[in-house]
Each structure stands twice: as structure tokens, then as C-alpha cells.
Write a protein that binds this ligand. Sequence first.
Ligand SMILES: [Zn+2]
Length: 461
Amino acid sequence: MSSILISGGIVITMDPDRRIIKNGGVFVQNDEISEVGKASEIRNTAELKIKAEGMIVLPGLVDIHVHLAQALIRGCADDASLIDWLQKYVWPLQGNFDLEDGKTSAELCMLEMIKSGTTTFLESNLSARYGFDGIAESLDASGMRGVLSRTVMGLPSYGGQKGIMHPGMIEDPETCLHEVEAHHKRWNGKANGRISVWYGARSLGGCTPELYRRISEGAKKLDTGVTMHLGEVQEDVQFAKREYGKKPVEFMNDAGLVRKKVVFAHGVWFTEDEWQILAKKGASVAHCPCSNMKLASGIARVPEMIRAGVNVGLGCDGGPSNNCYDLIREMKWASLLQKVRLLDPLTMKAHTVLEMATVNGANALGMQDEIGSIETGKKADLILLSLKHPHLTPIYNPVSHLAYSAEGSDVETVIVNGKIIMENRQVKTLDEKKILQQAEYRGFRLLERTGISISPNGLES
Ligand SMILES: [Zn+2]
């Protein structure tokens, strides 16, 4: 039995009434939240007391589109269009990963997520060469909650561009399908329920229609989820129309892959009728504004999608496309991008982006009863963010500060499943110094092995 009382902070509950409690108190018993209210009303005595004066207490953030294996290649693929970016840089680098690179990159990424307040993430594409077991062990050790999706691919193509994938990234579909089942059996529900295993289908052109159907059936059988990139660039739409005579979501719907616990990353080019299908079937979209801006993929029509009833969460995507894994910064991108697109400062308010980073993310993963808000009976996934900074003073509206002024490094304390995994910005579960040293060493070795050199001024040499 262990108990923690967090008292004195501004508790932003994200509960159905969206209550914000000043001088709030949150009582944690083992891995669950057992009481939420005014600090003065909580009578329980706790083994550990955390004073939260001058802090915001928030549900842990949920990032629903992350590439763990891309943290190591941050800064290696800037200023390129998506296909060039994949073919010339990302795939060759990832195609040269060894198991230790995969583990180091994942740990680096988790470290960054913990230090910026993300407690749950959805990793979208793990290939065998990154070492699934090693990454799952690191996730267990990190104390975070995560969904690991094992890649399933059939063709080394992206859209209509055939055979463009680096040989090191190519895998056989039967092996992929078999491994999802094996990893699911070994890891799903492990680490006190913190680890889930999903299917990570390759984007259009990377699987045959038959393979998508098999993924759908497999996921139904295992009662698990599926994630994939869809509608990220205009070429996706052109490919689906040319090959299948359908729009991307229509095609996936026919393959049985539009339903709850299905997350489509990006959805930039989805149209009104596709939103209707997503809303009706309960599939979600991971909006990744920073990645979409950097790769110039386009601007997803997020307010319209939400109005149509689609559940839209937020994703940081990857090291070379963002280039960071800070969901607090992502909230600001998500809001401002829509305001300038629509020339409407009233759209995508601070509260909307906070919902995307918390309750909507939880809903996308089918974890809405466990995480995403501070409510009695939910898992104790909480973050404490310090307001004692010039950029957060004075505090009139805490939600405004979170969306527009805060940054990941304001997060002081992180609790997952009732366990403190970061305290006063010191990560207690992972060895930060060692991981940074490893990343420095392995990153440069990987570049050398791949034959890619990065000029220090970013210009072609
Ligand atoms: Zn992605």
C-alpha cells in the first residue's frame, strides 16, 4: 500500500465538467486516484505529501503519434519533402540501425517525453531491427505507459513509388504478422498494464489490400488496435483513387480498418465524407501540426473534423520531422496553425488543444476509462508543472498558459500508475547521463555506417 497527497496546486481535472480547482488536492492510493477536490477537504493521510503551491496539476499528456526510433536521427533530415526525406535520409539511417541503436533511440525519446510531461504514447512503426523486446524492456523500466506497434508491411513502396524502401527496412509480411502475435502474447498488459501491443500497418502502397484485411482480422482476434499513416500528403489520395478508385478512408473502411482503437496519423487530406466515416465508426486521427508544417505536407482541417464528430488527438511524430517530442509545444502549433489558416483567432481555443493532448488522446487509445483526466478511479498518471517562471507569471488563466506560454521543461514532477518517475526534473527510472552518452556515440557511428554526412551549417557540401 502506498499513498501520495498532492495539495495546494491548481488542479486542471479535464473531467466531464472540466473543473479547475484552486488550492486543489489529489489523493493517490497505489496506482489509482482515490480523491479529487479542495485540498482542505481531503481528510486522508498519505505516506508521501507533495506540496504543489505555484504549480499546475494536470493529467499526464497522451501523445498518439511517436516514432521512438527517430530520436537518434534528429537533425539528419531537415528541409526535404516527405518522399525524399524518407528515401534519402530516414529509411537509409533506420535501415542501418542495430538493436542497441533501437534501444538507445527509444530511451532517448522516452527521456524527452517524461521531461516534457508525456506519460502515455503510441509508437507507430517498430521494425524488427530496432529490437522490440529491448524497447519493451526499456518502456517497462521507464515507468511510462505506452502502446508499441509492430510494423506490418508487404511491399517496399510508398504510394505509387515502387521499391523505394531501403533494403534494411524491408520485411516479409508473414514474419511481421507472426511477430505482432508473438509480441502481443509476451508483452500486452505487462508492466502492471502499462504496455500494450498494436499492429502498425505501413501506409498506402506498403501493404496489399489483402494484407490490410488480414491486419484487421488479426487485430479483432487479439482485441487490439491498429495505427498507420494515412492522408499525410496529396500523393496518398491520388494513389488510393488511381489504384482502388476510392478515397483513403473509404478504402481502409472496406478493408475493415476503420473502427475504435484505430489511429490514423496525419489525415491532412481527408475530406468531409471521410470525416463522416471516421466519426461514425469511432476511429481517431493523430494531428501532427509541427511535422506537417516542416515537411510542408499541408494543413489538416482540424476544427472542421472535430465539428464533424471525429476524435482528434495530438502527435509529435518524429525526431527528423518535428524535431522534438514536446507535446506542450505541439499544443501551441495546433492552435496557431488553424487560426492563421482560417484567419479566425476564435478557432482552436486553448481548451480545445488541451483536450486533444489529454482526453482525446486517451479516447483514441481506448483508454478513456483509465487515463486522460484527473478523476476518482482513474490511473494516477499526473504531472506537476511549475508556474514560477517569468513566462508563466502572473497566472490569470492556467489553460491559456498551458497552451500558449508553457514549454515541456516547465514540468517538474511526473507520476505514472501512482509512481513518481520524475521529481524536481530528475528522472528516477532511466539513467539520463548514460543515455545521452550512448546517443552521442551511437548516433555518429550510425551516420558513418550509413554514409551520410551532415554539414554543421546545414548547407550541402
Ligand atoms: Zn509518423
